[in-house]
Design a protein around this ligand. Structure first.
Ligand code: ATP
Length: 297
């Protein structure tokens, strides 16, 4: 079956500036794909091309295997703040949009519920917090019950509680079987809600990885005294394989050596307070993959 999103050598030039540079991007059915990159990396330009809002300079977009904008009926999007009437309630705004989208009015109550706005649905849009406005935008994107959602920095500008609400909603939508492509400049955010992450820098995909594959690498050891533990572990596992990481040591060995190393440390009279597989985080992986050059914040 065709994937929800497939781009081939997708390129956008603005004069001499190459905003998106021969991008090959695939978003698979049912996943939450995080499009991660610093400001100006080309995220919005890419998403706008996917949605047919701007024309590529070259290359192609396929949505569900269909070239161009023919498949857009099955796509919901939240890109550049959606326009709502300030003097209408959230619910009435959605009714207006539902009429345009050919969605039944029954769908309005459903989508309000999905984004947790049922209680405030009758209040004027102008009284909504930024987070509620964003959730209403998400509700609007859901009116046509799309299989694919494209969201441009959906948590941008929100306070932590607003961010958490949007993240939980996105995760829920994905768990219902929808495919989600979202852009973000926040590493922690994509690590929390995405299944796969593509890192974009200066219009090119510089790395792509599954969040589940970040997994673990080596061992994290906390022992007293730390310097003695370091010396002993270095003598056991080899030079250059033991690094100080804050108040702990990172030991670059397979996790199945944990029991043997623990025994050696204890046998030497060291107090082992912690010894477990070390988690690799996205930022660390990103810096490795990009050589530390261009970094997202
Ligand atoms: N209409 C335009 N005309 C000229 N340059 C543009 C235009 N739109 C975007 N650009 C440039 O293209 C590059 C990519 O911009 P884009 O908005 O896609 O980045 P982004 O990753 O979405 O960043 P941000 O999060 O800041 O929006 C930037 O250098 C931007 O200045």
């Amino acid at each position: 079956m065709s994937e929800p999103v497939e781009t081939t050598a997708l390129t956008k030039r603005y004069g001499d500036l190459v905003a998106v540079d021969e991008l090959d991007l695939t978003v698979r059915q049912g996943e939450v794909y995080g499009f991660l990159g610093p400001n100006g990396a080309g995220k919005t330009t890419t998403l706008r091309m996917l949605l047919g809002l701007i024309r590529p300079s070259s290359g192609s977009v396929r949505l569900y295997g269909v070239r161009g904008t023919a498949a857009l009926a099955g796509v919901g999007a939240l890109i550049e703040g959606p326009a709502f009437y300030p003097y209408l309630s959230g619910r009435d705004n959605l009714r207006v949009l539902a009429r345009h989208a050919g969605a039944g009015t029954a769908r309005v109550a459903e989508v309000l519920d999905v984004v947790d706005l049922t209680e405030r649905g009758r209040d004027r849009y102008s009284t909504y917090s930024l987070g509620m406005k964003q959730r209403l935008g998400l509700a609007a994107a859901l009116l046509k019950d799309p299989g694919l959602l494209i969201l441009d920095e959906p948590t941008n500008g929100l306070d932590p509680a607003g961010m958490a609400d949007i993240r939980a909603t996105v995760r829920r939508l994905a768990d219902e079987g929808r495919t989600v492509l979202l852009s973000s400049h926040l590493l922690g955010e994509v690590q929390q809600i995405c299944d796969r992450v593509g890192m974009i820098s200066r219009g090119s995909l510089v790395a792509e990885l599954a969040v589940a594959d970040l997994g673990t690498r080596g061992l994290r050891v906390v022992a007293d005294p730390l310097t003695e533990a370091r010396t002993l572990l270095t003598s056991l596992v080899g030079h250059g394989r033991v690094e100080v990481d804050g108040d702990a040591l990172r030991v670059d060995v397979p996790a199945d050596r944990a029991a043997a190393l623990n025994a050696e440390l204890v046998h030497s009279g060291l107090a082992v307070r912690e010894l477990r597989p070390a988690e690799v985080d996205l930022e660390q992986r990103f810096l490795e993959l990009t050589g530390g050059g261009s970094r997202a914040r």
